[in-house]
Design a binder for this molecule. Structure first.
Ligand code: ATP
Ligand code: MG
Length: 196
């Protein structure tokens, strides 16, 4: 499951858990993006903070893990690179699934190397409130659309709430609330890392 995870929240965790159950996945690897190719319009928190929050949020689940492959690769993150690296790491015998939100799935046809993407992984698009599951004309058998319990949580809302001094308890795991406070993330005085 790729994402900016700025910060990771319970919507991500429920989606991962539901997809893992439905497809009987052995493991869900959360892969925080490096410099996202889609999110260069705002400053994002330092990769190390996003990585550590993802580790904290997933630590208690034996089937969840976190990979640094995207944050350690220089330059913008492209999903095709993520999947090539995952295949190289886990071997060609491993069946890969890429879990993404329905919003991101809708943009997939604009990605580079779409044919190779579908050879590398099965794509699972999960619904979230406010995003309709339109069929964007993707190839049969390589894409599944799946409804997960609607959680109207987004990282954007979490950041906005922190900035406004509103609570984010129960929208994110307790450890994430505490990490955000400890590191003073998402407050206006904070100088977030600029994409490099
Ligand atoms: P932002 O508000 O900054 O865009 P986000 O909440 O969408 O953040 P991302 O890190 O961009 O979080 O999301 C990673 C993936 O998880 C995306 O594919 C996104 O569609 C999906 N996702 C995010 N929130 C939810 C949710 N509440 N339910 C299901 N999927 C979600
Ligand atoms: Mg998003």
């Amino acid at each position: 499951m790729g994402g900016t995870f700025d910060p990771i929240h319970h919507g991500h965790l429920v989606a991962a858990s539901e997809v893992a159950h439905y497809f009987s996945l052995d493991e869900v690897v959360f892969v925080p993006t490096g410099v996202s190719s889609h999110k260069d319009d705002r400053k994002i928190a330092p990769a190390e903070d996003r990585y550590l929050m993802t580790v904290i949020a997933t630590a208690s689940n034996p089937r969840f893990s976190v990979s640094r492959i995207d944050i350690d690769r220089p330059g913008p993150t492209y999903t095709v690179d993520t999947l090539r690296d995952m295949r190289d790491l886990h071997g060609p015998g491993t069946e890969l699934f890429f879990i993404t939100g329905a919003d991101a799935l809708g943009k997939m046809l604009t990605w580079h190397d779409t044919d190779e993407l579908f050879e590398l992984a099965h794509f699972v698009g999960v619904t979230r409130p406010g995003h309709r599951l339109a069929d964007p004309g993707l190839p049969d058998g390589r894409v599944s659309l799946m409804e997960v319990p609607a959680l109207s949580i987004s990282s954007t809302e979490c950041r906005d709430r922190v900035r406004a001094g509103e609570p984010i308890w129960y929208l994110v795991p307790d450890g994430i609330v505490q990490y955000i406070n400890k590191r003073s993330l998402y407050r206006d005085h904070e100088t977030a890392a600029t994409p490099s």
